[in-house]
Structure formats: C-alpha cells, structure tokens
Design a binder for this molecule. Sequence first.
Ligand code: ADP
Ligand code: ZN
Length: 518
Amino acid sequence: MDLAAAQQVLKTTFGYDEFRPGQKAVIEQVLAGQNTLAVMPTGGGKSLCYQIPALLFEGLTVVVSPLISLMKDQVDALNDNGIAATFINSSMAYREINQRLQELRAGDYTLLYIAPERLDSPQFIQALGNLPIKLLAIDEAHCISQWGHDFRPSYLALSTAIEQLPTQPQVLALTATATEQVAQDICQRLQIAPDNEVNTGFARDNLDLSVVKDQDTDQYILDYLAANAAEAGIIYASTRKEVTRIAALLKRHHIQATMYHAGLDDDVRRKNQEDFLYDRVQVMVATNAFGMGIDKSNVRFVIHAQVPGTLEAYYQEAGRAGRDGLPSQAILIYRAKDIQIQHFFIDESEMDDEHKHRSYHKLQLMTQYANTQGCLQQFILKYFGEASEPCGRCSNCRDDRAAQDITTATQKVLSCVVRLHARFGKGVVAQVLCGANNQRIRDLNLSDLPTYGIMNGQRQKSVTELIDFLTATGYLQTQGGQYPTLAVTKNGVAVLKGQTQVYRKTAQTVEQAAPEND
Ligand code: ADP
Ligand code: ZN
C-alpha cells in the first residue's frame, strides 16, 4: 500500500487535491504499520488521518472519540460520502447493539465509532475481541494522561483494553493539545515509539491572540459584537451562572445568542448546539462543556469572558475559531478575580495534593500568559515545547507603547521580599518599600530593614501594581491560600544577580513614568 493510493482516496472520496501539513506523514506511517501519535492543531484535519487508512486497510477501524453527541452526525456525513461507518453508544438497546456487532463481525463496516466509556464494560471489550480490528484510532488522546488538562479515567482503561484483545490492533493516537510530557505519556501508555510522533506544531497562523485587561467585560463584549455583527463566535465563561447571565445580557441587546452548559437538559443542549452549528444564531455562550469536536468551520472569534484554568484548555477552546483557515480572533478578557474562581475549583476538587499542586502551577502559567508583555503566540508555543519567533499579530506584538527598563525598581522589590524571608504578602512588602509608618510595621520592627523606604515617595498603590506585574510575569510567586506570601523565583534571582533585565510597557509616557522607576 502506498501514498499514491491514499492520494487517490483523498481526491475521489473526499474531494481534496492536497494533503494538509502532517496528514501525509501520519498516513504514510500508519499505512506502514507503525503505531503513531499525531499532534496537529484543531482544524488541522486529523479525521482524514484515520479515515483514509481505514478505507485502504482490510478489516475494521475503531475510532474512540468522546463526542457522543456528535457521533451520529459524523457517521451520517461518512455514510453520505459512501463510506460504511457506524457507531455503538449507550443510548442503544441491548438487541440493537448485538445486531450491530453481528454486522461488524460480518465485515459490513469500515469504521466503528465508540465512546471511551464503552471500554469500562468487560463484556464490550470481549465483544470487540471478536471483531477484525485492524486499526484503533484514539481521538483527543491527551485525555489518557493525568498530566493533561482533561484527564478521563475511561481513557486509562484503553491500554488495558488493548492488551485484552486477542490480536493487537495498530494504534493511531490523535490530539491537538499535548505538552511534551503529555505526548510522552500517551506514547508510553499506548506503546507508540517516541520516534513515531508526527507533530506539525501548534502555531495557528490565522488566529490572532489578544488579552484584554482593565475593561468592563459586558461593555467590551457588546462593543465587540456590535463591530462584528455578521460573524459567528463563541463566548466562554467559567460557571453556568455566568453563562446564563451573559446569554441574557446579549438577548436584551437583541443579539442572536444561545447557550450551552452541563446543567441544561439533553434535548435543550442539542437544540442550542444545532442552532449554533447551522447558523440560526450568531453567538454561543458556553462553559467548557461545549465544543470538543465541534466542526463548525466559520467560527470567527472565541472570547473568554473569564480566564480558564490552564493554557492547554485555553488554547484548545480558542482554537475552535478559524478551522476554515480564515483570519480569526481569540480574545481573553482577564480580571485577577477570575483567577480566584479557578483557584476555588482546584481547592474544591477531589484531586490529591500532588495533583492540586500541579493545577495551581498551571493556573500560575495561565496568569503569566494573561500578563506577559511578550508575544502571546510565542508564549503558548513555548508552553508546548516549541521554539518560535514573535508572531507580529497578537495584541502584544501590536502594542507599540514604549517598553521601559524597570530592572532597578524590580531589584528593590525583590530584595525586600528576600529580606522579609518570604513571610509576608504584597501589602506588607509595599508598605516596607514605601516606608510606611504604622502600628504593624512598628510592632514587627520592619523599619530597621535596609530595604525600608527605598521606594520612598512612590504611591503604595503603584508599588502594589508593580508587585502584581512581577508576580504575573514570573519574577515573584505567591505561596499559601487565603493570605498568600511572596517569594522570589529563579527568574527573580537572575534579576537580582544582574543577569536579566526587566521591561514593562505602561500607558504612561516615558517622561511621566520615569520617577517611578529610578
Ligand atoms: P481536526 O484536526 O480538528 O479533527 P478535522 O479532521 O475535523 O480537523 O478537519 C477540519 C476540516 O478540514 C474539515 O472540514 C475537513 O473536511 C477539512 N480538511 C481536512 N483535510 C483536508 C485537506 N487535505 N484539504 C482540505 N480540507 C481538508
Ligand atoms: Zn505575537
């Protein structure tokens, strides 16, 4: 079997002339019988990577996909293309499932879609064992890794399930979101040789990333929608309550909007989803329950009204804009208090301490993304382990305010934190730096410190903002829950040693800001 045959299927069955980046390499490797991990951005065309081999192979291709709600649509679309595909899901009656399995054994189908939860059933795994499975395609494969942001226990059952099959099928894992660690984990669990990872990179050249800060969220959204009235888009929020509130706000302003969250009845959810997919409404307001696998190509913007908990989640949700390759916007509205909501989710979750610790760290990186003054795309790609140049399109690359060297001011703040032995929060640090003379400072004898008053003459508020900036950009870190204390990070130590310079863009002109920074 060779690539020419694959090219032929691409043309005759799917009507495309050229492979997209990565598709050829993945298909070639799969046809050569190699277990493979494909890391391609959302909209990169991962489906064809298993559909084309499925059509060329003898035997059955089983597709594991978490999108129960969309399975039927996908299978219908394949059937319309003349491809014998079917699905088995939990909504089907026992008799119906048996009937389907019988047809599958008889070789009536090329593709079978199942939800990962099916693999929780030993009977079902046994039934799979009787099918001539040639290829097992695992979509959203990052769900198998506890390092990932969307771990699902059913996915863990996958590797055991594969072992239990009498003949080991070939495996193709696919994902749009995997840090190096997650990719390694996928490979290890699914017995994919690390060399067999095909990674086209995460960059989405048609996606303009922006961070919006210090603005009224509702007004920003209304203004944006007024200026983009003809475009379809998604607005994400962290809680059902906020989703409901924003959806009502839009309706009051006569914007065609619908909503989606896990608290709505199945049929309402399905209807709302279809209203959006089939362009009956302009805007979908949703929690993260919406979107995995949604193949709506003309989504022109994704606005996060609240910051999500990890960069992986953010980039995956943002990546639902512009699947058709046309220019699209990914906008993050950032307010520090929304970080508290994510903090709360972690606190309240049933994760063990190690897991919580990791989640706090990921949240910290999300905060850094929202506050970095460097290229946003570069920041994300670096997070996924990819080196790149500034994109030139994101809100930071387009920010032409002058950057000021604030290295000296930074050193003052950091050395004060060091002197305080990481025992105090930003309030006390700012007071010491500004030389505040109050009871607390006197009680603690903090006025004896050599850093006491070294930022004398500056407003405490602007010193506090500087501390926030240094925390968000990773020179300081906070520790502890309700009254977090400040500590200097490794990057911060490098500044203290004079090894790195720190720059900051502010709305002020250089002259006005100069006294702040001396
Ligand atoms: P994802 O990687 O997000 O799963 P899909 O497989 O859903 O992406 O593909 C996204 C869109 O791109 C689909 O509409 C698909 O038909 C289209 N597509 C895939 N491969 C090609 C190609 N080689 N040429 C043109 N369009 C393609
Ligand atoms: Zn950029």
